[in-house]
Write a protein that binds this ligand. Structure first.
Ligand SMILES: CC(C)(COP(=O)(O)OP(=O)(O)OC[C@H]1O[C@@H](n2cnc3c(N)ncnc32)[C@H](O)[C@@H]1OP(=O)(O)O)[C@@H](O)C(=O)NCCC(=O)NCCS
Length: 188
């Protein structure tokens, strides 16, 4: 599988049909899922194998390999450290893309989320005709906000607590939508 983008310490590649266990293990850590579901894995393993992975592979085709969910590996060890995503909404404009990331706990605190996100955002603006990159996070998820700030994004909107997040720790504080436009990126 060819590399989608690389940074100093990371390489991001498309997932393959054999990668379901990577996602299942990542989502089985309650610390990883703390601000996403309150700690529960998002989906039963069989659904990850039968629906999530095929859907991830479909999105590469839909966007001709330009966007999607990408597996991140540490160059030095080859270890899977989690995923990053850069993708338009299914029916939204192709030049407005969402940034996302979910890393294994043993990869936290090394600057990897910032490094991988910067590489994706740079590629989006410089090679993929992106005009806006956006991301949303809970107010209580300070690490995620810091990642977006370090990538040059800023808060454009405060968000109410989604119905499916009621009961998640800190969810009552709502969330933030971050954005960076092509002009802001070019000025950095
Ligand atoms: C959010 C996440 C991707 C951050 O990954 P990371 O690789 O540890 O982030 P970085 O090392 O690039 O750190 C970015 C900044 O956040 C800070 N940070 C990291 N964890 C933090 C925490 N728990 N509380 C406060 N700040 C934190 C770092 O110190 C750094 O800021 P600094 O350079 O000013 O010190 C990771 O914690 C994660 O995967 N969490 C679970 C999934 C998730 O919440 N995804 C986001 C959903 S919106």
């Amino acid at each position: 599988m060819s590399d989608f983008v690389e940074s100093k310490r990371l390489v991001l590649r498309q997932f393959t049909a054999q990668d379901a266990d990577l996602l299942i293990e990542l989502d089985s850590d309650p610390a990883v899922m703390r601000y996403l579901t309150g700690g529960e894995p998002t989906l039963p393993p069989a659904l990850v194998r039968d629906q999530v992975i095929p859907s991830v592979l479909n999105t590469y085709e839909r966007w001709n390999g330009r966007f999607g969910l990408f597996a991140a590996y540490e160059k030095e060890t080859g270890a899977f450290i989690g995923w990053f995503q850069l993708r338009p909404e299914p029916t939204g404009p192709q030049d407005e893309v969402e940034l996302g990331y979910r890393l294994r706990q043993d990869a936290w605190g090394k600057g990897y989320a910032t490094e991988g996100s910067k590489a994706l955002v740079d590629k989006g603006f410089s090679e993929l005709d992106v005009n806006t990159v956006w991301g949303e996070t809970m107010a209580v998820n300070v690490a995620s906000q810091k990642v977006m700030e370090k990538v040059g994004m800023s808060v454009v909107e405060t968000l109410p607590t989604p119905d499916d997040m009621q009961g998640v720790e800190g969810a009552e504080r709502g969330g933030f939508r971050f954005e960076i436009t092509r002009e802001q990126w070019a000025r950095r």
